[in-house]
Design a protein around this ligand. Structure first.
Ligand SMILES: O=C(O)CCC(=O)C(=O)O
Length: 292
């Protein structure tokens, strides 16, 4: 669904917009099914290795991963977009409801930027996982190369389950994207140098499956630990006008929509998998964060 002109204005004024109901359950269910299949397979493998005792097979999507993580920190190994490379996730990267909204912000020639994740943010005290303790204040411009500073990369942050303050929802600083890039430091995870943090009241972006938050590369955002008993599942995907620098030359981007050259849209799942496999097996280019 295209964004309304009011939503587009909000994005440009505030540096983000929370757009409700962009996606239907039909859009995200195949991705959830793919994640559930992955988790079930990992759980069975870990049970065979006697690393977990209870498969928790009856637990719902927003609880099972946490219950398994409590038993083994290995449950989430290999569970990100570029590692799983599932066909449903590949299809979702080209989802027309999502891209209609993205087109409102980047125009009709759209490339999928390779900086993308699926995050199972589990309860913070259920064991160690890379996302469970939150993410410090940063701008997404800091996870890209400096060369991408002029690229209109839009982050699409979308929950696959309820995302509330109690479950470690996202926070953003409204209205400060116009400041441009703020220097980041490595210490504490890629984060804005504390002295440079704008003194702005954060907005808590509570949202649910179907909603999408669009965030500019210059909008400071963070997320808190998850003190609840539920996983806060989300995806963060990035899109940009085709031809602009991706800021991550080590990893493959691809065209997802084109009015001018529809033949350039990548629709073949195996080709996408091969691009990632090649990037991992024959490393070249840059995949590091910018901390200067
Ligand atoms: O999902 C989160 O908790 C943080 C996401 C984030 O920082 C990002 O997408 O850049």
């Amino acid at each position: 669904m295209a964004l309304t002109s009011a939503q587009i204005d909000t994005y440009h004024q505030q540096g983000f917009v929370l757009a409700k109901g962009i996606l239907t359950p039909v859009d995200t269910q195949p991705v959830i099914d793919e994640l559930e299949t992955f988790i079930d397979r990992r759980a069975n493998e870990l049970q065979a290795e006697e690393k977990i005792a209870n498969l928790c097979a009856e637990a719902p999507f927003d609880q099972r991963y946490g219950l398994l993580l409590k038993q083994s920190s290995e449950i989430g190994q290999g569970m990100d977009i570029m590692q799983m490379r599932g066909p449903a996730t590949f299809d979702f990267l080209r989802n027309s409801n999502l891209l209609d909204a993205v087109e409102s912000l980047v125009g009709p020639e759209i490339t999928c930027n390779p900086i993308q994740h699926v995050r199972a943010k589990p309860p913070s005290n259920f064991g160690h996982s890379s996302w469970s303790h939150g993410v410090p204040w940063h701008q997404d411009a800091a996870v890209m190369m400096k060369e991408a500073e002029g690229s209109n990369v839009i982050t699409c942050w979308l929950p696959l389950s309820l995302s509330t303050i109690e479950r470690g929802s996202l926070q953003v600083l409204p209205g400060v994207s116009k400041l441009g890039y703020l220097t980041h430091q490595k210490e504490g995870g890629t984060m804005i140098v504390p002295d440079l943090m704008p003194e702005t009241e954060p907005a808590h972006l509570e949202c649910d499956r179907g909603d999408v938050v669009f965030i500019s590369r210059y909008t400071p955002h963070c997320s808190l630990p998850n003190p609840s008993d539920y996983c806060r599942w989300s995806m963060d995907l990035r899109y940009q006008p085709t031809g602009q620098h991706t800021g991550r030359t080590a990893h493959p981007d691809f065209v997802v929509r084109s009015a001018a050259h529809p033949e350039e849209v990548l629709t073949d799942h195996q080709t996408w998998c091969d691009l990632w496999i090649d990037a991992f097996e024959n490393p070249r280019g840059v995949a590091t964060h910018r901390t200067n």
